[in-house]
Design a protein around this ligand. Structure first.
Ligand code: BGC
Ligand code: NOJ
Length: 811
């Protein structure tokens, strides 16, 4: 069952009912000012850091769900309602929500009054702009009142919802003309404030929540909206809000447009005040001026659209499969940019107060956006590497505002360092910028000296070989990619963190997954060394990689698939010898991606085992059989009820590893089948089962053992976005950035006739037509560039600004 449809021409998902299975959200903002907005206008805004600079309040886990946002109440002759249906939930004669790239437009109509609210953050601007259009679709004149509403957060989102003894006394606002300024704590150490404006005179206002709502009322029954009259309240402590009251007279057919703006201003210390206790409003006024007219809004919307066209235009496909095209051209790269901006901080499942930027997450996210914004990828790589320790280990997370490693979570996740090699190599392959390797980059933000980025990569590589276990496989540490496989934790204390508790010192537990990752990432390190003229180092690295390959086959293969790990006691995990958790997805995907066991036929066996034992209609489960009880020696993985999350859920992030692995052994049909199983556009028809947004990936889909099999959770902020993007654009469609050019090496379903790709690469345009007349999956038979036959399937780096026609025939 569907709840809307894709409007590909406008790059929008159109939701036709407010009663989606779960709030379906979108993101606003690209640089510093961000907002989350649901299809019923719920959500919140923040500046740069969702924890420390939260601008509006949002109550997670609230009832009813998603109650709180930037609302516009309409009062129409005794009747009052909200165009997004929530929070008043009055029946609407028409409802539509269009989530587009960086904007959301919601329309509601009732009794001949049509209200549209459009929200976006203009490029390079620290504010959310809302254009509200109120139209009289009836044939008689209408007199209505409009009441805007949002609730301010007292900046620190965590403190805001816990420290009531202080916070209920500190709220302060100023009101001048049509603008409400939120200035809590500005009198002391803060030099920033927020404001909410509208571009016309107002008939009333409210800044005190209790006055606006009325005692004991909720957002669904605000007194002001029901009476149609503002209270003109001035907040002092309690809960400051911003509400404008505006009376409108509309002739039949008339439409009026109002422009609201929620902005954020930081003043220099010496320019904080206009006069005693009166804040300096100059910067806010200038911002408000910039969006005083519809023409200004229209032009900023056009700029935003052009910005996205530019980003998405770097890679696009023309194919006969609409679902594939909309994933590749629009929604997957869009989600990759959102994961770049948000990491794992703020979604409807991540509360914006918990996690910092993950070391491994950020490196993997980079794989999905590096071609869109290479400069910012470069900056990101340096930021990440700057938190690395001098021994090559890594803080698991760092904080975006300070860019310092997060001490609370610490280090010891032994896969972390290797992802830096993969991220950096992807950046260099995309850009050819080897200069990044010479950048002087601190260790532990300068506390442990500094070295070139290349030296950081060497330390990453060596961190693995310096930390080997009894079989010669890498020690796992606190966990590897699977944060919940905690082999040194042995926790029996309720509430103790599985990720940061190490009760036994880990000198035995080993990870076959890290071995695979080492053999996958290692060759890029060796290659970069060679290109720096360090031939001996390259040869040494290759020896280590070859050694690991052999050890993985010797001690990491279990007959029909790769083992997962050895536990603290040296017992196998992910083996046919185990009662539960006999086979895991991660080492099958990664070892085959690394090429381990391909020649020996083991790779094919491993992938067949995945198909036979882990695959379901909804995707590939993380392991089987699910753990039915808590295992002290395994940690968090066995805490989840069977079928959810790491305990045999379909953890979407690693499904693309299997997809890519299938292309390594040339099985294009299988590759595409596994790709499409989790790609959201292909799941649109089962939205009532899947429940999350059909335009973005979710972290997890409940597995076969779960009560609610097929139901997804944790939409938006997941490494799945980057990896399924790599799987489809590089492994399947076969356009692979490489050191010396653009490699074309597709692996597709045999039935496909062909497709065309436009790819900008290092400033040049490649128009590539892939033809498959012999209906094969893999193998490039011929290549022509601008009509001339060329020998190699690695297209050269062309002069920036030029455009080239490439025809590739498979066979
Ligand atoms: C989740 C993991 C996550 C970890 C660290 C666990 O509870 O299951 O998916 O990576 O927490 O935040
Ligand atoms: C989510 C985390 O963000 C990621 O780092 C981890 O690899 C997966 N969960 C699996 O545990």
């Amino acid at each position: 069952m569907k709840f809307g449809y894709f409007d590909d021409a406008n790059k929008e998902y159109v939701i036709q009912t407010p009663k989606t299975p779960y709030p379906w959200i979108n993101y606003l903002g690209n640089e510093q000012f961000f907002g989350l907005i649901s299809n019923t206008a719920g959500g919140y805004s923040f500046y740069r850091d969702a924890r420390l600079r939260r601008l509006t309040r949002y109550r997670y886990n609230n009832v009813p769900l998603d109650n709180g946002g930037r609302y516009f109440y309409v009062h129409d002759e005794g009747d009052y309602w909200t165009p997004g249906w929530m929070p008043v939930k009055r029946d609407l004669d028409f409802y539509e929500c269009r989530h587009g790239l960086g904007y959301t437009s919601i329309t509601g109509e009732r009794n001949g009054l049509r209200v549209n609210q459009l929200a976006f953050v203009p490029l390079g601007f620290n504010a959310e702009v809302y254009r509200v259009k109120v139209g009289n679709a009836s044939d008689s004149p209408k007199r209505v009142s409009l009441f805007s509403y949002l609730e301010f957060c007292l900046w620190n989102a965590h403190d805001d919802m816990t420290n009531f003894q202080r916070n209920l006394s500190i709220g302060e606002v100023e009101i001048e003309d049509s603008v409400i300024y939120h200035k809590t704590e500005y009198r002391e150490r803060r030099n920033h404030y927020a404001y909410y404006s509208v571009n016309r005179p107002i008939d009333g206002f409210d800044t005190d929540r209790d006055t606006f709502l009325g005692a004991f009322n909720g957002l669904d029954t605000p007194q002001v909206a029901s009476e149609g009259k503002s209270g003109n309240s001035v907040a002092s402590g309690w809960s400051p809000i911003a509400s404008h009251g505006i009376n409108l007279e509309l002739a039949p057919g008339e439409e009026q447009s109002l422009i609201f703006m929620l902005g954020y201003v930081e003043n220099p210390q010496e320019e904080k005040w206009e006069s005693l206790n009166v804040i300096n409003k100059k910067p806010a006024k200038a911002m408000i001026e910039a969006f005083a007219t519809d023409a200004q809004v229209d032009s900023a919307l056009a700029d935003l659209a052009a910005y996205w066209d530019g980003l998405l235009g770097k890679y696009s496909i023309q194919s006969s499969d609409d679902k594939l095209s909309r994933m590749v051209n629009i929604w997957n790269p869009y989600q990759c940019m959102v994961t770049f901006n948000m990491s794992r901080s703020a979604s409807y499942f991540e509360s914006g107060i918990g996690r910092g930027m993950g070391f491994r997450d950020s490196n993997q996210d980079l794989l999905g956006f590096v071609h869109q914004i290479p400069d910012r990828a470069r900056e990101r790589i340096i930021d990440i590497a700057s938190t690395q320790f001098e021994d090559g280990g890594a803080y698991h997370q760092y904080q975006p505002l300070t860019k310092q490693g997060n001490n609370e979570v610490g280090s010891g996740f032994n896969d972390d360092p290797l992802w830096l090699i993969t991220g950096t190599a992807a950046y260099i392959k995309e850009t050819g910028d080897y200069g990044i390797l010479d950048e002087d980059v601190p260790f532990d933000s300068g506390r442990q000296g500094s070295a070139t980025l290349f030296e950081h990569l060497k330390r990453s590589f060596d961190h693995v070989t310096n930390n080997l276990g009894p079989h010669g496989l890498p020690l796992i540490g606190r966990a590897d990619w699977n944060d919940c496989l905690n082999l040194n934790c042995f926790s029996n204390e309720p509430g103790e963190s599985f990720q940061t508790t190490t009760n036994l010192d880990g000198k035995t537990a080993e990870s076959v997954f890290i071995a695979g990752l080492f053999v996958f990432a290692g060759p890029d390190y060796a290659e970069l060394a060679r290109r720096r003229g360090l031939e001996d180092e390259a040869v040494r690295a290759e020896r280590e990689i070859e050694n690991m390959r052999k050890i993985t086959i010797e001690h990491g293969f279990d007959g029909d698939w790769f083992l997962r790990a050895y536990d603290y006691h040296g017992e196998k995990i992910g083996s046919r010898e185990n009662e539960e958790g006999q086979i895991f997805i991660e080492p099958q995907g990664f070892c085959v991606m690394a090429g381990i066991g391909v020649e020996e036929g083991l790779a094919e066996k491993a992938l067949n085992s995945v198909r036979d034992r882990l695959e379901t209609d909804y995707g590939i489960m993380l392991q089987q059989p699910a753990y039915s009880k808590y295992y002290l020696n395994l940690g968090e993985i066995s805490t989840y009820p069977p079928g959810y999350k790491e305990n045999a859920g379909i953890f979407c992030h690693n499904n693309p590893w299997v997809t890519i692995a299938e292309t390594v052994i040339g099985r294009g049909d299988r590759a595409f089948e596994t790709y499409a199983k989790i790609a959201p556009a292909y799941l649109e028809d089962i939205s009532e089962v899947h429940r999350m947004e059909p335009y973005v990936y979710s972290q997890m889909i409940a597995g076969r053992d779960a009560v609610r099999e097929g139901e997804a959770k944790n939409s938006w902020l997941t490494g799945t976005a980057a990896w399924n993007y790599v799987a489809i654009t590089q492994a399947i469609l076969g356009i692979q950035p490489d050191y010396d050019g653009l490699r074309v090496d597709p692996c597709i379903p045999q039935a496909w006739d062909g497709y065309s790709i436009s790819r900008s690469f290092r400033g040049a345009e490649y128009k590539i037509e892939i033809r498959n007349p012999h209906h094969v999956s893999k193998g490039v038979k011929s290549v022509t560039v601008d009509g001339k036959t060329v020998e190699s399937n690695v297209l050269p780096v062309f002069e920036a600004g030029t455009s080239h026609e490439v025809v590739v025939e498979l066979g």
